[in-house]
Design a protein around this ligand. Structure first.
Ligand code: COA
Ligand code: ZN
Length: 305
């Protein structure tokens, strides 16, 4: 049996964070529809942050509600704090990704509190879910940003990343997402850290989130695959980046990531041609942005099947 890998599209969240064009709600939902039709089972559709901070997401509840109606799609949403989680739960969220940073400097810059304060808040989010009797209905993932290094503080200790992962798993996280927010990771480091994280999170699945800032994004995916990770985030056309992390640029391009995974014999369930067509639409929706990625320039190889 072919090993399945889940590719989660994060273009509508990570991708749109750094984009100045505000996409209409209808267009965001068309994007979700089209990508679901291309075979995506999970899309991070929005972010419950204050509209004053990221106006792109002022329609978060409408986008989530529209995406929840798409058959077979798990619409996940990012939250930076308890208030965001409450808003997401009120809007019917089925999967919430709570982000904190292993870098103290980035956590302060991103969410204006210490990492320990964010960890305590993660626990409050879990309690909020429990108090609503929604433990089986809502998945909550813990995202550990800047796990591989930070453009504000420099190195980030691997033992701190593992400590955070262990605590979040202990609080009941349904997934731990290890994120390279600013493209500092290299494949050797990825293998080492993901194995270490896996050894402290028990049965909780690990996802990985890479940016291609320094051209190592896909090599890092391959390294993740080698150590057994089967969940990856990617952003169509390589859009993306954290507005509160200096030097942040695009995620790995979804189309290139899918091509890599399928090329090495893994199954993503994604129709490559349909995906490239969605990318073309995105290109037309975001005329002021330059999309990245290689595959769209040259097409698949003749040997690709
Ligand atoms: N959604 C909507 N409104 C929110 C909110 C949320 N998730 N969190 C806080 N607010 C509101 C509060 O109700 C309060 O409103 P008021 O002034 O009308 O009473 C105001 O925002 C300030 O709340 P506070 O809790 O003091 O937040 P803060 O100013 O310390 O900011 C964050 C903390 C997390 C909200 C902010 O730093 C943030 O949104 N960061 C964005 C992180 C992000 O998305 N990064 C990119 C992804 S990694
Ligand atoms: Zn990111």
């Amino acid at each position: 049996m072919t090993d399945h890998v889940s590719v989660r599209e994060v273009g509508l969240r990570d991708g749109l964070q750094l984009v100045s064009t505000i996409l209409p709600t209808k267009t965001k939902l068309e994007w979700c529809q089209e990508q679901a039709a291309a075979g995506f089972r999970e899309i991070e559709v929005t972010s419950f942050v204050p509209p004053s901070i990221l106006p792109q997401f002022s329609d978060a509840a409408e986008v989530l509600s529209g995406a929840l109606a798409i058959d077979g799609l798990l619409a996940s949403t990012l939250v930076p704090n308890l208030k965001g989680a409450v808003r997401a739960m009120d809007a019917g969220a089925r999967k919430i990704t709570f982000v904190l940073s292993a870098s103290e400097a980035h956590n302060q810059s991103n969410v204006r509190r210490s990492t320990d304060e964010s960890l305590a808040m993660f626990r409050e989010v879990m309690e909020e879910r429990a108090s609503r009797n929604l433990v089986d209905e809502i998945q909550i993932a813990g995202v550990i940003a800047k796990s591989f290094g930070c453009s504000l503080q420099g190195s980030v200790s691997e033992s701190r990343v593992c400590e955070i992962a262990n605590l979040m798993a202990g609080y009941g996280a349904d997934e731990i997402n290890v994120a390279d927010t600013v493209g500092y990771a290299n494949p050797v480091q990825v293998e080492r850290l993901l194995q270490k994280v896996d050894s402290v999170t028990g049965a909780v699945p690990i996802a990985a989130h890479f940016h291609d800032t320094r051209g190592m994004g896909l090599a890092n995916v391959a390294a993740g695959v080698r150590v057994g990770v089967r969940r990856f985030d990617a952003s169509l056309g390589g859009l993306g980046g954290c507005p509160f992390a200096p030097g942040a640029t695009g995620n790995i391009a979804t189309e290139d990531c899918v091509y890599l995974l399928e090329s090495i014999g893994l199954s993503t369930g994604i129709d490559m041609q349909a995906l490239l067509e969605v990318r073309e639409k995105l290109n037309n929706w975001l005329t002021d942005e330059r999309l990245e990625g290689r595959l769209s320039k040259v097409g698949v190889a003749k040997t690709f099947s």
